[in-house]
Design a protein around this ligand. Structure first.
Ligand SMILES: Cc1cc2nc3c(=O)[nH]c(=O)nc-3n(C[C@H](O)[C@H](O)[C@H](O)COP(=O)(O)OP(=O)(O)OC[C@H]3O[C@@H](n4cnc5c(N)ncnc54)[C@H](O)[C@@H]3O)c2cc1C
Length: 332
């Protein structure tokens, strides 16, 4: 495997910010991944997928590892279910298409999320009422400290809303993810936008659901090739009952979803709109006019400009509504 020096990371993050990686490699097998970790014990390491959920504010003085394993292997199958193990480097939507094409249900609501398979457990990708944690059975990873392979069960991944063990403790290189999918499918109404898109189709098929998701996403989200961005910049805030009541005093119409356990989710996009940032721009950075949660880059290469705009949003939302917005995007 070739290890490159001083690699420009601008093409490797969807915000298109510039930074140099001291070392950069693309292991194509589990053995290559183990080898590069073991032979570089003292380098700081960063795992990179498609770079759709991160951007750079400075050069990376270490080893960037971009897994390139793309295998799809059936590890179990009966009449109802199938279990497939998929390499970390596979493009996520190619996997969704593969599964929908074979009639395997479970990933369709997550169509078109820009991701690699290896990154999907990191922030437990989710959309349209579904989260990938619902179908993951195992994650195989190499420990960046010991160089040993470890296998995590679903429970051990400690999934939460846009959270997992791998996000909280980023010292694993995920090599493959195993999914358990169903061979039968009945559409369950989970999300208003999607239900609306499927109106008039009494029992939508997997393909119809996938197509509806793709249509909805394409309408709502900017194309990162044209307008660089990293999807939702902030997480939807989870509030305690007291925080929720305080917010409702200021914004009685704020959307609130009871997520159980005394926690309530509100909409970060709604708060950003109400704080006056809808379609706003500072220099080369702004919010997307059709979806304020998406911060877009109109032409800067400097990650710091994005950070500064994001801070301004956080401060204004905190000042007006007492709510802390946490970034979903990772900043390096
Ligand atoms: C237009 C747009 C729309 C989006 N919509 C959604 C959405 O609907 N729902 C959603 O949940 N997200 C969404 N996102 C965010 C993004 O799609 C996900 O976070 C995705 O999982 C990022 O995948 P990636 O391969 O690009 O990971 P990267 O951005 O490269 O990395 C993300 C994190 O995962 C780590 N990582 C990557 N690969 C590995 C690995 N093999 N082992 C260990 N750690 C690893 C990185 O170090 C980093 O911490 C969107 C992004 C964009 C640009």
């Amino acid at each position: 495997m070739i290890i490159k020096h001083n690699v420009q990371l601008k093409p490797y993050n969807s915000f298109r910010t510039k930074a140099l990686a001291k070392l950069f490699c693309e292991p194509a097998t589990l053995d290559e991944l183990i080898e590069v970790i073991r032979t570089h014990p003292h380098e700081e390491k960063l795992l990179l997928g498609g770079g759709f959920n991160l951007f750079f504010t400075k050069d990376f003085d270490g080893l960037v590892i971009k897994p390139a394993m793309e295998m799809v292997e059936t590890v179990f199958e009966d009449e109802q279910q199938v279990e497939i193990e998929v390499g970390a480097g596979m493009e996520w939507d190619a996997l969704v298409e593969h599964c929908v094409g074979r009639g395997y249900a479970g990933l369709e609501n997550l169509s078109l999320i820009p991701s690699t398979v290896g990154a999907c457990p990191v922030q437990n990708i989710g959309a349209y009422g579904a989260e990938v944690s619902e179908v993951i059975t195992r994650v195989k990873a190499v420990n960046l400290k010991s160089g040993e392979v470890e296998v995590f069960s679903n429970e051990e991944c400690r999934f939460g809303y846009r959270e997992s063990l791998f996000k909280r403790h980023p010292h694993y290189a995920i090599a493959s993810v195993t999914f358990r999918l169903s061979k039968s499918f009945t559409y369950r109404e989970k999300y208003t936008d999607l239900n609306r898109e499927l109106e008039g189709i009494p029992n939508p098929t997997l393909t119809q659901v996938r197509e509806a998701v793709i249509r909805t996403r394409t309408r709502k989200l900017p194309d990162y090739h044209v307008l660089p961005n990293a999807g939702s910049f902030f997480k939807n805030p989870l509030l305690t009952r007291e925080e929720k009541e305080e917010l409702q005093k200021i914004l009685p119409d704020a959307p609130i979803y009871n997520t159980g356990g005394g926690r309530f989710k509100t909409s970060a996009a709604y708060l950003i709109d109400k704080a006056g940032f809808k379609g706003q721009r500072r220099g080369q950075v702004g919010t997307y006019e059709r979806h304020s949660l998406v911060v877009v880059n109109h032409g800067t290469e400097e990650g710091r400009e994005i950070v500064s705009f994001a801070r301004e949003i956080q401060q204004e939302v905190k000042k007006r509504f007492g709510v802390t917005l946490e970034p979903e995007v990772q900043i390096f």
